[in-house]
Design a protein around this ligand. Structure first.
Ligand code: NAP
Length: 253
């Protein structure tokens, strides 16, 4: 039997990167996957590529009306959800001295407010014994320059994960966070940096990772499979760091 046989999962931000890889891995493990994205064309392309076990929904995690509509969009596809992977997120970087209110609001609206209300709106659809997984970041726990708002948004999600673990334990719902280090996804192309600068950034970052490379989206996806599966039946309220060791490499390497 496959590890997620008979399970129904919802993944936010599933048309790209880690969310897309997780959709592939969940399907490979026997799950049916409903995923969201904010761009209709990108959602359609991903749904086609993922095949008949996937259903794409257009829903913007930064728009409250979309989040309020989400349960009604999901219900014709599934009565109940077994797995919720709260993954949709953006990354923009700025020193505190140069950040404006739009920078702050855009990140917080999608990464934290979006995560908070995604869970709130979908709670009535979660089956007893369901698994919620938040995609956070090692940035929440380290002092990387220029990451102030992004790091805070992910730290807020980590805090939310711990609180939800206690609130939802009576329903047997487990709540955990995955904190990736640098993972090779299209997110870096969305930073608005010239390719040369991106390559330099990637080079420096790779050297900070103990394993001397970026992670692959599939490596985060496999961690999500584990947390979603019955193999993690006694794990709740925790953070699983999947970062090639970057977070413990602060001093000498
Ligand atoms: N890559 C890394 O190094 C890394 C490290 C730590 C944590 N993370 C976290 O991992 C998650 C996935 O990122 P990724 O690296 O896989 O990047 P990605 O390839 O850009 O994927 C992000 C996904 O979220 C979607 N999204 C963004 N804003 C949205 C919104 N308002 N409503 C709905 N969907 C939205 C994106 O849609 P579009 O395609 O339309 O943009 C995309 O499908 C993020 O939460 C990120 O913070 C990534």
């Amino acid at each position: 039997m496959k590890r997620l046989e008979t399970k129904v999962a919802l993944i936010t931000g599933g048309n790209s990167g880690i969310g897309y890889a997780t959709a592939q891995e969940f399907i490979a493990q026997g799950a049916r996957v409903i995923f969201t994205g904010r761009d209709a064309a990108a959602v359609a392309v991903a749904a086609h590529a993922l095949g008949e076990q996937a259903h794409g929904l257009v829903s913007d995690a930064g728009v409250m009306d979309d989040l309020r509509r989400l349960p009604a969009q999901v219900q014709p596809l599934a009565d109940k959800l077994d797995i919720l992977f709260v993954n949709a997120g953006v990354a923009f970087f700025s020193p505190v001295s140069g950040a404006d209110e739009t920078h702050f609001d855009d990140i917080m609206r999608i990464n934290f407010k979006g995560a908070y209300f995604t869970v709130q709106q979908l709670l009535p659809l979660l089956r007893e014994g369901a698994s919620i997984i938040f995609n956070t970041s090692v940035n929440a726990s380290v002092g990387m320059p220029n990451s102030g708002v992004y790091a805070a948004s992910k730290a807020a999600v980590l805090a939310l994960g711990r609180v939800l673990a206690t609130e939802l334990a009576p329903q047997g719902i487990r709540v955990n966070c995955i904190s990736p280090g640098p993972v090779e996804t299209p997110v870096y192309g969305k930073l608005g940096l010239p390719q040369e600068q991106l390559d330099g950034f990637a080079q420096v970052l790779s050297q900070k990772v103990l394993l001397k490379r970026f992670g692959q989206p599939g490596e985060i996806a496999k961690t999500a499979v584990f947390l979603a599966s019955d193999e993690a039946s006694f794990i709740t309220g925790t953070e699983l760091t999947v970062d090639g060791g970057i977070a413990v490499n602060a001093v000498l390497n």
